[in-house]
Design a protein around this ligand. Structure first.
Ligand code: NAI
Length: 337
């Protein structure tokens, strides 16, 4: 019999809709009977107000110790202010692989039923290194960093995942016609890794054409391998194919630690109104349960979630229902029995 151990998890509820969706997800996780011990931390503006630090040292220590975190969205100021908490955590723990599976939920009408895409985004390099400076007034340079090491390891992650999970095809998405050196290096690394995996088809598409192809016929893709910024943009587009940002999960994975978080942001337009859809974070929590080898609990939540969507009685507003965040969580709990 499986030992019933306690999982210590660093919990960052975040801000905006973060606390609402996190609370709903924690309730559902606790109903599985898996034992969790949550180490809760504020991050971003809220943490700065309380402790004078955007990311408290104790939060870094907690993630390093527990190696697994569940995170709600954190607002990043636009055009100034502090550095993104997400980017900082991903860099600090070298969470180089951003993994975003895109699938339809039953009961939700979509122009594209049966989508089954995996988006693998490089998570530490590209434009996100944050190297920007003003050369002279009116001229700013932003540096995009692509390395052989970073490109090779994310390509290897994508191919190993594909091989392990029976995926057939990987497309590298690029703009190497314009960024000949940086995207060129990314492609050369991907091609080299592809040679080690002859059973997986390998192809390359230019990023702008990819956006067109995705909205015209997403079925032609299986697994997308992208640099950081392209992955950020394309994963939101892919979320739109299956019903929106309220649904799609994500994981930031490194050799040592993993942080599970939804693709969406803090959604200030709907924060504090009990209308946010907690499904995206709940699906991220299912990925977390699988990472913790809690397969039965993961399957139980997945089945309950699919039942709630199939019945269409208690859905949130973003997917055409009228239920609030808590009501939706109650419906999932009821379906878990
Ligand atoms: P957003 O993802 O917060 O919102 C985009 C649209 O999707 C909004 O209309 C929002 O209402 C809707 N939406 C998002 N999540 C939803 C949910 N769970 N249920 C129902 N509707 C949902 O993107 P936006 O507005 O560009 O960013 C807001 C803030 O979030 C920014 O400060 C941004 O930097 C931050 N952000 C944080 C992320 C993270 O912590 N991982 C990721 C993306 C953005």
């Amino acid at each position: 019999m499986k030992e019933n151990r306690t999982h210590k998890i660093t919990l960052i509820p975040g801000d905006g809709i973060g606390p609402e969706v996190t609370q709903a997800v924690v309730r559902i996780l606790e109903a599985t009977g898996v034992h969790f011990e949550w180490e809760r931390f504020a991050a971003g503006a809220e943490a700065f107000e309380a402790h004078g630090e955007y990311i408290p040292a104790t939060l870094y220590e907690s993630i390093a110790r527990n190696r697994v975190a569940l995170k709600g969205p954190v607002t990043t100021p636009i055009g100034g202010g502090f550095k993104s908490i997400n980017v900082t955590l991903r860099k600090r723990f070298d969470l180089y692989a951003n993994f975003r599976p895109i699938r339809n939920l039953p009961g939700l009408e979509s122009k594209w039923p049966g989508v089954d895409l995996i988006v693998v985004r490089e998570n530490t390099e590209g434009e996100y290194v944050g190297l920007e400076h003003e050369v002279v007034p009116g001229v700013v340079e932003s540096i995009k960093v692509i390395t052989e090491k970073g490109s090779t390891r994310i390509a290897r992650f994508a191919f190993e995942y594909a091989q392990k999970h029976g995926r057939k095809k990987i497309h590298s998405i690029h703009k190497a016609n314009i960024m000949k050196m940086s995207d060129g290096l990314f492609l050369r690394c991907a091609r080299k890794v592809a040679e080690e995996f002859p059973s997986i088809q390998y192809a390359e598409h230019i990023i702008d054409n990819t956006c067109l192809q995705l909205v015209m016929n997403p079925y032609q893709y299986d697994t997308l391998l992208l640099e950081n910024l392209y992955g950020d943009i394309v994963s939101d587009l892919c979320a739109g194919l299956v019903g929106g940002l309220g649904l799609v999960p994500g994981a930031n994975l490194g050799a040592e630690c993993a942080i599970f978080e939804a693709v969406h942001g803090s959604a200030p337009d709907i924060a504090g109104k009990d209308v946010a859809n907690p499904t995206a974070l709940l699906q991220s929590a299912i990925l977390m349960l699988r990472h913790l080898d809690e397969m039965a609990a993961a399957d139980r939540i997945k089945k309950a979630l699919e039942q709630v969507y199939s019945e269409r009685k208690t859905l949130t507003r973003d997917v055409g229902g009228t239920a609030g965040t808590n009501q939706f969580a109650d419906a999932v709990l009821a379906a878990m029995g």
